[in-house]
Structures are given as structure tokens and as C-alpha cells.
Write a protein that binds this ligand. Structure first.
Ligand SMILES: NC(=O)c1ccc[n+]([C@@H]2O[C@H](COP(=O)([O-])OP(=O)(O)OC[C@H]3O[C@@H](n4cnc5c(N)ncnc54)[C@H](OP(=O)(O)O)[C@@H]3O)[C@@H](O)[C@H]2O)c1
Length: 357
């Protein structure tokens, strides 16, 4: 049964630089779509859980050139992260089918939509969604959580880029977040010594509870370079970078010979426009002196590849067996979703930020 009105989250203003504000979004009510309006092979979806991610900041900027499409003024923001092969498998939104003209989907089916809109009900093409596969111990919100895009990013970063070896030391920034908490646990499972960095004492406690050998609060530790030295006196072999900026510099000052720097994100730089000067990293000479490697990657290129299947099989099993924890920060109500995006930049989330629609 469809509600008569729905809530939509629209982009109100482009935000080329600086912090986004709540007034850059608009929350509106609109008539709900009806089954009668559906064309052949369409469905009406009601989102249950939506992923909230730092990359969405970039999509607010209105930049003419970007690795990702911009949100459009007056249009709903979305979770669309479509795979290179066109397969909608980013696990960024999980929804229930509430009406269907497709033989493939029935009312009540749980589906994943890689192009899902921030609306409490919307029409989708049957070809653009997929049924949520059933795994033991996996609940609907886990599709955007432990099996979601950031968790997969952690897996790819550790498996494809980091080249971890047992006994090595890894430093992880934004370590209690969606990507970071999974990196910490995957690294522990591979026999590494893990040092986590995060922005509050509660987050540090959480990191210790999921196995970090050492952790420090970058806001209160004093010199970052010294804090890393204290936490990793033997030096660091892998830096899993989610933040860029000053912490990257401090990490580079502490790397061992043949270190790997995994460039996953640079959230300290996301509020700067492309024309503005970002943080100038100073310790790049250490990459040469230590014969280190620095490699970036974007997860979009891995959707639909063999490694995604491996990730789901491996991580869902560990999660079902209780060997992996995956904390989430849940915002209730899609009307509060825009604030959840802003909160990421204030560090208010512990674990993966999701909206319960
Ligand atoms: N390469 C890829 O394909 C890919 C895919 C997904 C995510 N990423 C990137 O990975 C990083 C983590 O993403 P996530 O989804 O796991 O987010 P997250 O860590 O769950 O949430 C963002 C966190 O960033 C930290 N933060 C915010 N502003 C900061 C600042 N100015 N300086 C330092 N830390 C700051 C805050 O934690 P604290 O309280 O600890 O500061 C905040 O909680 C982001 O840079 C994201 O863009 C990359």
C-alpha cells in the first residue's frame, strides 16, 4: 500500500568550496508514485536503508570535470555509483518492492539499487536493480553496512593494493569509520600490527575493542609525527590513508623501507575547490629514500569483478561467525539524511553512516 505523499531530498545550491550547509538541500513533499503510472518492467521501491558517504560532498560541488557525476539543482540526490560495466551493484541502497510490472520482481522483494534516489518511494527500471542475495546472518541494513561499498573498498585496498605481510605494521586513518573499521579487522586477521588514528576518545576505545594494537586521537595527541613514532616505534610498513593532508605527511616521515601507501581518500581536502590550493605534502622525498610505493584506487572499477564475489563470500562468513564487527551510525528518517552527510565532516559518525528511511 503506497502512502499518498513522499519525502524527497533535493539539491538546493551547488557548493563549490567550503563546508556544505543544511540550506544547500531542500526537503520537499510530493505525490507518491502509483502502480497505474508504471510502464512495463518498472517497479516502485521504498528504500529501507541508504548509505551516507564522503564522496557525496564532491557531487554537491557542481564541478564541470569530476570522476563522478554531479547532483543537479532541484533534483533528488542519489546513491548512484554505477559499475563500469553498467551493472548497478554498488550496494548503496536497499529497498522493498511495493509495486511491480516486471515478471522478475514481486511485491515484498528485497532489492539493491545502485542508482537509488533519496526519495521515500520512487520508480525504478527492473533492469537497474537486483534481488538482495540471501546470506546467513545478514539483515537488510548489512547490505549497505558490512557488505556495502566502503567495506568492499577496505577489502580491495587490503587485498589488491596494500600487499600486507604478517608481522608488518599498518597505520590506518579515519580508522573507526566505514572503511577504516574493516581495514583494521582485515589487517589483524592477516597477522599485522595495527595502529588506528581517529578523532575522539570513544572512537579510540572502539578501535581497541576491534583489535587495534595501538590507537591515538589526532586532535589531542600533539605532534602527529611523534604520536605515530610512539604508537609504532618500529616504523610503518603500510599507511592506509583516508584523510590526506597533515597526517599523510606525518605518516610519510615514519615509513620503513619498501612501505606501501594506499591512497583511499583525502577527506581533509574535500571542502576545497579544485582551484584552491590543497595541503602541500612535504615528506615525499621519503618515498624515494625508502623505496616506497604510493598507489590510489577507486572502488567503482571493481564492481562486478571476481573480487566482489570473493569479498561477499569471505566477509559475510566472518560476520556470520562473529569474527568481524561492523558498527553503524543510524540516522532515522530520510528527511534527516542531508544532515547525516554534513555530520561526516564533523566526525559525528562512529562506524558506517546509514539512513533508516
Ligand atoms: N577510494 C575509494 O573508492 C573510496 C571508497 C569509499 C570511501 N573512500 C574514502 O575513504 C575515506 C573514509 O570514508 P568512509 O566512508 O569510511 O567515511 P567515515 O570514515 O565513516 O566518515 C568520515 C570520517 O572522516 C573523519 N574526518 C572528517 N573530517 C576530517 C578532517 N578534516 N580530518 C580528519 N578526519 C576527518 C571523521 O572521523 P574522525 O572523527 O576520526 O576525524 C569522520 O567520521 C574518505 O576519504 C572517503 O572518501 C574512498
Amino acid at each position: 500500500m503506497s502512502a499518498s505523499t513522499i519525502t524527497r531530498v533535493l539539491l538546493n545550491n551547488y557548493v563549490p568550496s567550503g563546508s556544505a550547509k543544511i540550506s544547500d538541500f531542500q526537503i520537499v513533499q510530493a505525490p507518491a508514485p502509483t502502480k497505474e503510472q508504471l510502464k512495463e518492467n518498472e517497479v516502485i521501491l521504498r528504500p529501507l536503508y541508504l548509505s551516507v558517504d564522503p564522496y557525496q560532498r564532491n557531487r554537491l560541488s557542481g564541478a564541470k570535470e569530476s570522476y563522478i557525476p554531479m547532483y543537479q539543482k532541484g533534483q533528488p540526490i542519489s546513491n548512484s555509483l554505477v559499475a563500469t560495466k553498467g551493472q548497478p551493484i554498488s550496494n548503496s541502497l536497499v529497498a522493498t518492492v511495493i509495486a511491480s510490472t516486471s515478471g522478475e520482481f514481486q511485491e515484498g522483494d528485497l532489492v539493491i539499487d545502485g542508482g537509488g534516489k533519496w526519495e521515500t518511494e520512487y520508480v525504478a527500471r527492473a533492469g537497474a536493480i537486483k534481488k538482495a542475495p540471501v546470506y546467513p546472518g545478514i539483515n537488510p541494513r548489512d547490505y549497505v553496512g558490512v557488505l556495502g561499498m566502503p567495506s568492499f573498498t577496505a577489502y580491495v585496498g587490503m587485498t589488491v593494493v596494500a600487499e600486507p605481510k604478517a608481522g608488518e605494521t599498518i597505520l590506518v586513518s579515519s580508522a573507526s569509520g566505514a572503511v577504516g573499521q574493516m581495514v583494521v579487522q582485515l589487517a589483524k586477521a592477516r597477522g599485522l600490527r595495527v595502529v588506528g588514528v581517529a578523532g575522539s576518545d570513544d572512537k579510540i576505545e572502539y578501535l581497541k575493542s576491534i583489535g587495534a594494537d595501538a590507537a591515538f586521537n589526532y586532535k589531542t595527541c600533539g605532534s602527529l609525527e611523534d604520536a605515530i613514532k610512539r604508537a609504532a616505534p618500529e616504523g610503518i610498513d603500510i599507511y592506509f590513508d583516508c584523510v590526506g593532508g597533515e597526517l599523510l605527511d606525518a605518516a610519510l616521515a615514519n615509513i620503513n623501507e619498501f612501505a606501501r601507501i594506499v591512497v583511499c581518500g583525502a577527506i581533509t581536502q574535500y571542502n576545497l575547490s579544485s582551484g584552491e590550493e590543497g595541503y602541500g605534502v612535504k615528506n615525499t622525498l621519503n618515498i624515494l629514500i625508502k623505496s616506497a610505493k604510493m598507489q590510489g584506487f577507486t572502488i567503482g572499477g571493481y564492481f562486478g569483478t571476481k573480487i566482489q564475489g570473493e569479498f561477499i563470500e569471505h566477509v559475510s562468513k566472518l560476520y556470520d561467525e562473529g569474527k568481524i564487527k561492523y558498527r553503524m551510525s543510524e540516522t532515522v528518517g530520510l528527511e534527516n539524511g542531508a544532515q547525516a552527510i554534513l555530520d561526516l565532516f564533523e566526525g559525528k559518525n562512529v562506524g558506517k553512516s546509514v539512513i533508516k528511511a
